[in-house]
Each structure stands twice: as C-alpha cells, then as structure tokens.
Design a binder for this molecule. Structure first.
Ligand code: ZN
Length: 96
C-alpha cells in the first residue's frame, strides 16, 4: 500500500483540526536530477523546511540520510505521546 500525505487546504493560521496552526504542505515533482520534494511551511509564520525524497534516502532541511537513519531518529519523536517521558538518546558503550 502506498503511504500518502492527504491534501491540505494550506490556509494561514488554521487551527481547526489541531490545537495549533496546521503545517502547510506543498509538493513539487522531481525534474531531471532534482529530487521530488515536500515544502513544509509553518502555520503561523514564513519559516519553512524542504524535504527531498528518493527510494534510498531523505534530505531534510539540507541534512542527508538513509531512510533507516531517519526512521531511527524521527520515529521515537513522532511516537512521543505513546511514551512515558521523552525519547532518550542512548550513548554507545565504550569497548574496553
Ligand atoms: Zn511559525
């Protein structure tokens, strides 16, 4: 099954669905060497974030990483409500 981001109306300061202004989401198709991307704009101001995507990786805000890398970082953050407390950054134990 294909995961899809539902189309949004992208109104400025739209608090209808969530308790805070909804993120405005725009999609641009790839062209030649340029990867397809999502442009995310803050619901309350002109701050924005580009997410370029390909089958094997994502570039989020200029930071490149594999899908697995991003999953390891973002999934705990996205599941924050289900967790007790907050995500923890686990340091690798030093080998002796
Ligand atoms: Zn804002």
């Amino acid at each position: 099954m294909k995961q899809q981001i539902p189309k949004r109306t992208n109104r400025f300061y739209d608090t209808y669905r969530f308790d805070q202004p909804q993120i405005r989401v725009y999609h641009k198709k790839g062209k030649g060497k340029i990867m397809p991307r999502y442009l995310l704009k803050c619901g309350c101001c002109e701050q924005k974030l580009d997410i370029y995507y390909a089958k094997d990786g994502l570039e989020i805000g200029g930071v490149n990483g594999s899908i697995e890398d991003w999953q390891e970082i973002l999934l705990p953050l996205l599941m924050i409500r289900q967790q007790v407390g907050k995500p923890v950054y686990v340091k690798k134990k030093k080998k002796k």
